[in-house]
Write a protein that binds this ligand. Structure first.
Ligand SMILES: Cc1cc2nc3c(=O)[nH]c(=O)nc-3n(C[C@H](O)[C@H](O)[C@H](O)COP(=O)(O)OP(=O)(O)OC[C@H]3O[C@@H](n4cnc5c(N)ncnc54)[C@H](O)[C@@H]3O)c2cc1C
Length: 676
């Protein structure tokens, strides 16, 4: 019996399990039984981020039809494609997909029953889908592979390079032939830059929240009517505002002019500002109106190879971004010319010939676009999109509120209107960049400054701002909250100073010079950044202290960039181990957002050849090959003996009240999972 321990049973761990099931027939002979232990304090499938146990107010920022956990005909993987339903398809036809089990919560059941493919579901609805995906992955395992779920946290992993690994849980030690760390989004101790505000809050009895996962944040310290500054206008901001308004009993009333907010009186006054001063762009709420663009066209493997063949250090913005931008533009104009030809002045073929010939920033290209696309609103301008308040100075705070309401309404209207479906064409092209971006990074050819400032800060920040924004209805709610005076905009270039005399924070922005507000609470409205050196995850902390994992550090003569990410080897995702001269540990694999293989932090969209599936498939295949090669007398778990079930649940961890292991097992498996 060989043993694999998967630490972290969220979407990644579940996706890996699905790929193990898909590849086992080819790579793991049936005379090599495998026991998989899946360890997570949160429910398998959903894991921490997607657990059912969170506010029903929290939503996905993806449409139901854009979320899948299954490979399809577009997936370029070595292993077999195993199609399966997207969240939308599963919701609509749950009984058709084994192993079926009725969703317990009546509200989630009702939501799933009426979920339109273009709806933005609650996180609880996605939790139900992931729960089913997990149960299906288990059901799809061949009889010689069993799964045991431990509702527990892994504290430590130790063991030799060429022998069994000891995996320490709260109450037992598992012996594994291979360990996989699919740990996902992790907490870290706040960056020292927040210490001054934390100290200030402690001195003056004020509320300060460093970057946190909103679902876990304790906001009870913020009083009704208290003035609170939220620094940050992205995903965390949207969640926090929902929790501080509807979460406190307020409600939105639908009217023909959009939602109107009816306060409960328990809300604080929320002042929001950021560098840009505007919320992330709304997600589009429609489908492509024309045929999908054949992507990539410019930022493809051959083009990347050609740049990599040049001597000398490379930079993302100088050497790759023009090709990337051109692909985004291609997605945009492909959709515009095919779906809305009446707003173009040249035949597509003629436009494309000119577009192919010039660089993105060449004046000839700008002239071609100006000639072919008469309306400026139909042209793609990255610089204008990036900082819409740049250079704007307004005379009063009220003027700023009106200006931003106008900006937000326009954004929400545009993103809901299929007449502007070129925006979706650009968005899909932006996603497609992740096909090549990991290769560029893995080449090691970018300067350290470029990786730090251009990739990790600029590109990922811009990507989130353009592509990870809220659904349109959230922006309409924001307008209603602004009209109700519950949310107040601070503008761009926000800064927050501490006033020791009054014990208040003073927030100001550059859009209304001289204007500032005083607040007694401050929230850093960002998700925590991965920071291996400050991680609160026990297993990473221990491996880091022991010198068995290493933070990705990119350095050259001019600059050193510490990304905070766990360094893995591209290809098979093996963990790089300083004790092996920085070589890959043959028995340790890591996948997911805490690793150096950067990806869009998002679920796969159907038919996009998702890089996440490719990585899962490659890692699963490498792991199965390694397990098949373990000498037959490989390690056995020192936990409980194997039960005659394809999956079971053991170990401590939070459970619904009154449920013993059997009930929990039933919750995990439903009634009809295969038995071995
Ligand atoms: C708040 C938030 C909202 C998002 N919303 C969307 C969205 O709407 N649409 C979209 O496409 N993408 C969204 N994403 C991105 C994407 O869905 C996530 O990146 C996804 O959750 C990643 O899955 P994962 O398994 O890698 O990580 P996680 O979901 O974080 O799962 C990792 C699991 O590992 C477990 N774990 C960690 N350490 C240990 C340990 N020591 N022992 C045992 N278990 C451990 C954790 O408990 C957790 O369950 C969102 C991400 C976040 C953070």
């Amino acid at each position: 019996m060989t043993t694999l321990v998967i630490v972290g049973a969220g979407p990644r761990g579940t996706g890996l399990l699905e790929r193990i099931a898909a590849n086992a027939a080819e790579l793991l002979p049936s005379e090599r039984p495998l026991e998989i232990h899946l360890v997570d304090p949160h429910p398998p499938g959903a894991g921490r981020i997607w657990r059912y146990d969170q506010s029903p107010l929290l939503r996905m920022n993806s449409m139901a039809e854009d979320v899948t956990m299954f490979t399809d005909e577009r997936s370029t993987i070595d292993g077999p494609v195993r199609p399966g339903p997207s969240l939308a398809e599963w919701a609509a036809r749950q009984t058709e997909f084994a192993p079926y089990r009725e969703v317990e919560d009546p509200a989630v059941r009702a939501e799933l029953g009426t979920l339109a493919p273009t709806d933005f579901p609650t996180r609880r609805a996605q939790s139900a889908y992931l729960d089913w995906v997990f149960r299906r992955a288990v059901a799809d395992l061949p009889p010689h592979i069993t799964v045991t779920v431990h509702r527990d946290t892994v504290r430590r992993v130790e063991g030799p390079v060429d022998g069994p690994q000891l995996v320490h849980l709260g109450d037992r030690v598992l012996t594994a032939d291979h360990v996989t760390l699919t740990l996902g989004h992790l907490d870290s101790a706040p960056h020292p830059r927040y210490a001054a505000d934390a100290g200030f809050a402690a001195r003056h009895g004020r509320f300060h929240l460093p970057p946190a996962f909103s679902a876990d944040a304790d906001l009870s310290g913020i009083g009704a009517g208290e003035h609170v500054v939220l620094r940050g206008f992205g995903l965390a901001f949207v969640d926090l505002v929902a929790l501080l308004t509807e979460g406190r009993g307020g409600r939105f009333e639908e009217t023909p002019d959009g939602p109107v907010y009816r306060p409960s009186g328990r809300e604080p006054v929320i002042h929001v500002g950021s560098r840009r001063g505007v919320p992330y762009h709304s997600k589009t709420g429609y489908r492509l109106q024309g045929p999908p663009a054949p992507l990539p066209r410019y930022f493809d493997a051959a083009a990347v190879d050609a740049v990599l063949a040049r001597p000398g250090p490379l930079e993302l913005r100088r050497d790759f971004w023009p090709m990337m931008a051109k692909d985004i533009g291609f997605g945009h104009y492909h959709e515009l010319f095919h779906a809305h030809p009446e707003r173009t002045a040249l035949p597509w073929a003629e436009f494309l010939a000119g577009y192919d010939a010039h660089d993105w920033y060449a004046p000839e290209l700008a002239r071609l676009i100006a000639r072919a696309v008469p309306d400026e609103a139909d042209r793609l301008d990255f610089e204008r999109l990036d900082f819409p308040l740049a250079g704007l100075e307004l005379g009063s705070a009220e003027e700023l509120q009106r200006h931003l309401r106008g900006y937000i309404a326009e954004d929400a209207d545009r993103r809901a209107d299929p007449a502007h479906s070129a925006d979706l064409g650009a968005f899909l092209a932006l996603l497609s960049l992740f096909g090549q971006l990991p290769r560029v990074l893995a080449s090691g050819r970018l300067t350290a400054r470029s990786v730090g400032e251009e990739v990790d800060e600029w590109f990922f920040g811009y990507f989130s701002y353009l592509a990870s924004g809220p659904p349109g209805f959230r922006l309409r709610q924001l307008l209603a909250l602004s009209e109700a005076g519950v949310v107040r905009f601070l503008g761009a270039g926000v800064r927050v100073d501490r006033d020791e005399a009054t014990g208040t924070w003073r927030a100001s922005g550059s859009t209304v010079p001289g204007h500032r507000v005083e607040a007694t609470a401050l929230i850093e409205a960002y998700l925590p950044k991965h920071a291996l050196a400050r991680t609160r995850d026990p297993v990473l902390r221990d491996l880091h202290r022991a010198g068995r994992i290493v933070e990705e550090v990119v350095s050259d003569e001019e600059h050193t960039h510490r990304s905070g990410l766990l360094t893995i080897r591209p290809g098979d995702s093996r963990v790089l181990d300083p004790a092996l001269d920085g070589g890959p540990h043959p028995r340790r694999t890591a996948l997911g957002p805490h690793t150096s293989l950067r990806a869009a932090a998002a679920f796969a969209r159907p038919r996009t050849d998702s890089p996440g599936f490719r990585q899962n498939d490659a890692a699963a295949r490498a792991i199965l090959r390694a397990l098949a090669a373990v000498p037959a007398a490989g390690g056995r778990p020192t936990g409980r003996p194997t039960a005659p079930l394809a999956a079971r649940v053991v170990g401590p961890g939070p459970r619904p009240a009154g449920s013993g292991p059997e009930q929990l097992l039933d919750q995990v498996l439903g009634g009809d999972v295969v038995r071995s």
